[in-house]
Design a protein around this ligand. Structure first.
Ligand SMILES: Nc1ncnc2c1ncn2[C@@H]1O[C@H](COP(=O)(O)OP(=O)(O)OP(=O)(O)O)[C@@H](O)[C@H]1O
Length: 615
């Protein structure tokens, strides 16, 4: 919805903001509550980018909210600084810098450990504000006397000192913050943040520096919080110390959860619900301290019954209505469910988009010498020597546990070898990381699908192609995805190669298994690898899907170098020019399919079952 009608959303938001101060008082919102809602919603936008889009749950936003607010308030009350707008920006910048430093530490861990570090950070900032820095922050008294905002225009000065003008000032910055956030989530960076949320390891294996992108989201969230903190001080005429309290962080999390994470509008709805109910319970119903209990129950109910929050429920309702409307008007598009679709015959690769330059003279593209990998007492691979030439299609077979997947993991630098060396295109890549190796042109498709399930087929392929067209990290925060040179071409080409053009805008979660397997291969292909490794591309497929996928692999193989692991020997013998057999972590034998079929050692390894699938 956000993608299809971008300006509609901005326009509706602007109209809503203009109408709000005239309409909301009739619904029981006081002017101060409306202003507070926007301030919390602004912090929430940054937090939503961090949590809803990137999947990083932080309880440390109070640290940045307080820091930005205190810095702006200090400038305006304790120094001769009078430019309120500049003070807001300086507070946001200081928060961003501190966010960067904190992020460097906190992002060393993931999941619950990251969340716990942010709790600790919030507590540290609270302590520092109250004790060592109390001479600057006013300690438990906060900083009183913060001036209302003003804007010097040269010929006149605008003062925002009435309820309505203060609202206009805050609403303006909320709108700017929202438009900036919409641009960010529609940019390549925004898509990569979602990739990190859904499958960080795959995002990394596709050549993206996920640590830097996470740090970017962390800093963005800190900047939003810092700016909103400054607004709070100006609105209240006083910068309260409780901005630093852990409860502030908790409320930001709860408001975003109520409103709906990953929507940008969720925090606004969540803040409106939260602050309205808290006002209503306290001032209208006079519930005393009980209001927190009631609000807690309301929170639990909302979270239980609206799993995607209020904004998520509105989006779901909108989709339901438009889907119903479409079905009443008759099917206009290709089926979206996971029905079996007869595949068109795979087209040979056209153009040069996907194929990196391969030297005409051939020679080795990959050389492994003495590769060994131990897991404690288990030797997964032992002293493997292996060479693949440019343009070759190599097969690897071996019984279960022979060490095939571990061998691939070492080649793509997902796991380091215990000993041995790997050279790719003449360069020693031993000990490199998976991001750099993918950027060099060596990548793989996985034995078990590693897709971005909540995103569409197109978005999955865009994530893969972005690594190739933009490199491992770029801060093109405000560039539209549609403006990334070469991206659309790369995605369309890959879609055609893996026969998924008819499923372009389908969510991955709705694809049939065979389609997901093809997309898995498509992700690796979209990175334009010079050497493509396929780990059991036929695993779990029906006989019909296998036949189609073998044809697909043949068409992909043109002009590429590939190594395929599979248990389907018939398929592999049909595809590969040369086959390497692994057994108990070692190379048992290497040769043409005919040599392998008739090799006594191989027959023995497979207990006589060289044809058909080996369990
Ligand atoms: N992370 C790990 N920790 C400990 N042992 C491991 C690990 N990964 C693999 N192994 C062990 O290394 C050996 C080789 O495993 P690997 O998955 O590479 O074999 P494979 O040939 O790919 O098997 P399959 O055909 O079943 O996928 C097995 O004994 C396995 O248990």
């Amino acid at each position: 919805m956000l993608k299809q009608r971008p300006f509609l959303i901005e326009t509706l938001t602007a109209l809503g903001l203009i109408a709000a101060p005239f309409v909301l008082p009739y619904l029981g919102f006081s002017p101060t509550t409306i202003n507070r809602i926007l301030i919390w919603a602004l912090v929430g936008i940054g937090f939503d980018i961090l949590f809803g889009y990137t999947g990083l749950l932080s309880f440390g936003q109070s640290a940045f909210f307080g820091t930005g607010g205190m810095f702006a308030a200090y400038l305006l009350t304790q120094t001769g600084f009078t430019n309120t707008v500049a003070a807001l920006f300086l507070g946001a910048i200081v928060s961003g810098v501190i966010g960067y430093l904190v992020g460097l530490i906190a992002l060393r861990r993931t999941g619950i450990y990251f969340a716990m570090i942010t709790v600790a950070i919030a507590e540290v900032f609270f302590f520092v504000e109250f004790n060592p820095l109390s001479a600057f922050t006013g300690g438990e008294n906060g900083l009183p006397g913060v001036p209302t905002p003003n804007l010097h225009l040269g010929f006149t000065t605008l003062e925002f000192d009435t309820n309505l003008s203060m609202y206009a000032f805050i609403a303006f910055w909320y709108f700017v913050g929202l438009v900036a956030a919409l641009r960010i989530v529609r940019s390549p960076v925004g898509l990569l943040l979602r990739a990190i949320r859904d499958n960080p390891l795959r995002a990394q294996a596709l050549g993206h520096n996920i640590h830097s992108y996470k740090l970017t989201a962390f800093v963005i969230a800190a900047v939003y919080a810092g700016f909103a903190g400054g607004l709070l001080g100006m609105m209240q005429g006083f910068m309260p110390p409780d901005a630093f309290m852990f409860a502030t962080s908790g409320e930001i999390v709860m408001q975003t959860a109520i409103g709906g994470a990953g929507t940008l509008f969720g925090p606004l709805l969540g803040a409106a619900t939260w602050l309205y109910l808290s006002d209503f319970f306290q001032t209208t119903l006079h519930l005393g301290a009980t209001w927190k209990l009631i609000l807690g129950i309301v929170f639990v109910l909302l979270i239980c019954f609206l799993r995607r929050g209020l904004a998520g429920a509105i989006i779901d309702l909108y989709r339901l209505v438009t889907k119903k409307k479409q079905s009443e008007e008759g099917p206009a598009t290709a089926p979206q469910s996971s029905v079996v679709v007869k595949l068109p015959t795979p087209k040979p690769a056209t153009g040069t988009v996907h194929v990196r330059h391969q030297p005409a003279g051939g020679g080795p593209i990959l050389q492994a010498r003495g590769l060994t990998r131990r897991y404690g007492g288990v030797i997964a691979n032992s002293d493997i020597d292996f060479t693949v030439d440019y343009g070759e299609m190599r097969g690897i077979i071996g019984p279960n546990g022979a060490g095939k997947s571990t061998f691939f993991k070492m080649l793509t630098c997902e796991v380091p070898p215990s000993s041995g060396k790997i050279a790719f295109e003449g360069r020693d890549i031993t000990g490199m990381n998976v991001i750099d190796v993918c950027q060099l042109g060596l990548t793989k498709s996985y034995q078990i699908n590693q897709l971005f399930e909540r995103l569409t087929v197109r978005q999955n392929l865009e994530i893969a192609a972005l690594g190739k067209v933009r490199g491992k990290f770029r801060l093109d925060l405000f560039r539209s995805l549609a403006r990334v040179p070469g991206l659309d071409e790369q995605v369309s080409h890959t879609l055609a190669l893996v026969n998924l053009t008819h499923r372009t805008d389908t969510s991955v979660s709705e694809l049939a298994y065979g389609e997901k397997r093809r997309l898995e291969i498509g992700l690796a292909l979209a990175t334009s690898p010079s050497l493509l490794l396929l780990d059991e591309p036929l695993a779990g497929m029906s006989p019909q899907e296998r036949v189609e996928t073998v044809a697909l692999l043949k068409s992909i193989a043109q002009g590429r170098t590939m190594i395929i692991i599979d248990h389907d020997m018939d398929a592999l013998f049909e595809l590969a020019e040369k086959v390497t057999v692994l057994q108990e972590g070692r190379v048992l034998v290497e040769g043409t399919p005919d040599q392998i079929k008739n090799n006594a050692k191989v027959q023995e390894a497979y207990l006589g079952g060289v044809h058909g699938e080996v369990a």
